[in-house]
Design a protein around this ligand. Structure first.
Ligand SMILES: *[C@@H]1O[C@H](CO)[C@@H](O)[C@H](O)[C@H]1NC(C)=O
Ligand SMILES: *[C@@H]1O[C@H](CO)[C@@H](O)[C@H](O)[C@H]1NC(C)=O
Ligand SMILES: *[C@@H]1O[C@H](CO)[C@@H](O)[C@H](O)[C@H]1NC(C)=O
Ligand SMILES: *[C@@H]1O[C@H](CO)[C@@H](O)[C@H](O)[C@H]1NC(C)=O
Ligand SMILES: *[C@@H]1O[C@H](CO)[C@@H](O)[C@H](O)[C@H]1NC(C)=O
Ligand SMILES: *[C@@H]1O[C@H](CO)[C@@H](O)[C@H](O)[C@H]1NC(C)=O
Ligand SMILES: *[C@@H]1O[C@H](CO)[C@@H](O)[C@H](O)[C@H]1NC(C)=O
Ligand SMILES: *[C@@H]1O[C@H](CO)[C@@H](O)[C@H](O)[C@H]1NC(C)=O
Length: 278
């Protein structure tokens, strides 16, 4: 081994650590397109800036992970991690685009959680009025459903922003656009409803459960609990220091083209060292 092999290896390990940390924008978008979360909930121009890592009952959510509400897996608000700037404000939403069913989503989107003016990654800050966490709990016979978490960056603190008055009939993309926010992270889960011959909203008469005329007064039988009580303190901003680097360079680093360019450059660099040393 030549004496400079060690520095080369050091550079190599630093370099691969840097690559491992960069956000895989393309795969996040692919995952969201797979089950039409893009474009059903998230617009096609979505550009993720951060992972939105969540976990229920210690099982991390990986774009469509199935959870089981009927054995209480989703009763409590999940653990959440994302990268943020500690002085910026964010909005986090959890919506049901398949309400009551994916085949007939006439109540969509139903808000299962909406918190605005979150400072950095601290979900105990900001406000959610009475839009507290409502656990996913599909009505019987409504099939497989998606539930989507969205993180948006606000232009600033928005003290006068009004929260919607009702849970059904919401649209997170509109809410984000209306208030000059930008979606920066997303993830989703799926749940299977229990068997049933028909997807009917309890409380509405079966004959009136036609597609657009059913009275959408039922707010769901799901249990609700205060998120602030159950949010784990592990909400972290561990990468916020790295996210304060210049916008263009971090945006560039996130593009796969730039990554492979760096990879090639690095390979050439290593090769030329090795060739010189033998
Ligand atoms: C969030 O980060 C903490 C600390 O690194 C970790 O213990 C926890 O498992 C993470 N949670 C999720 C949902 O990624
Ligand atoms: C999650 O994991 C932690 C540490 O392993 C454990 O103490 C806790 O009981 C687990 N929680 C659940 C809901 O499984
Ligand atoms: C779910 O929670 C309810 C109410 O706390 C409890 O009665 C029930 O036994 C739980 N079910 C399971 C499978 O843990
Ligand atoms: C999200 O989870 C992935 C995989 O565990 C990890 O590499 C990444 O650093 C996490 N991101 C955040 C913001 O916690
Ligand atoms: C942090 O701030 C920078 C500069 O304003 C911005 O480019 C970046 O998108 C922000 N990151 C997050 C996660 O909000
Ligand atoms: C929240 O409370 C207000 C005032 O009591 C009420 O008008 C509104 O319908 C409630 N919103 C939800 C989503 O329950
Ligand atoms: C967005 O603004 C439009 C036009 O003012 C309004 O009709 C719509 O209800 C708003 N949507 C949301 C979700 O705030
Ligand atoms: C409602 O819409 C679904 C799918 O669009 C359709 O299969 C069903 O027949 C409709 N039901 C009624 C009562 O119109």
């Amino acid at each position: 081994m030549k004496f400079f092999t060690i520095p080369v290896l050091l550079v190599a390990s630093f370099y691969s650590a840097a690559i491992a940390q960069s956000l895989d924008v393309e795969s996040i978008i692919d995952e969201l397109e797979d089950d039409d979360v893009i474009p059903d909930v998230i617009p096609r121009n979505f550009l993720p800036i951060t992972e939105l890592n969540l976990s229920y009952v210690n099982r991390s959510m990986d774009f469509g992970t199935e959870y089981f509400p009927y054995i209480n897996e989703t009763d409590n608000f999940p653990q959440v991690n994302y990268t943020s700037n500690s002085t910026d404000y964010y909005t986090m939403a959890f919506v049901d685009p398949d309400a009551p069913s994916r085949a007939n989503p006439f109540r969509a989107q139903v808000i299962h959680y909406l918190r605005i003016n979150i400072r950095g990654s601290d979900l105990t800050t900001g406000s959610n009025g009475n839009l507290t966490y409502l656990a996913p709990r599909p009505f019987p016979g409504c099939g497989k459903k998606r539930f989507v978490f969205v993180l948006a960056r606000q232009p600033s603190e928005l003290p006068n922003l009004q929260l919607p008055a009702t849970r059904p009939g919401f649209n997170i993309a509109q809410f984000v656009a209306n208030n000059s926010m930008v979606m920066i992270g997303a993830n989703y889960l799926t749940v299977e409803s229990s068997p049933g011959s028909e997807c009917v909203i309890p409380g509405s008469t079966p004959s009136s459960s036609s597609n657009s005329t059913a009275t959408a007064t039922a707010t769901g039988s799901a249990s609700s609990s205060s998120p602030t009580a159950s949010i784990s303190s592990s909400v972290s901003a561990s990468r916020s220091s790295s996210s304060s680097s210049s916008t263009t360079s971090s945006a560039l680093k996130n593009t796969p083209i730039f990554s492979s360019f760096l990879n090639t450059l690095f390979a050439v660099f290593v090769l030329s060292f090795l060739l010189k040393s033998f």
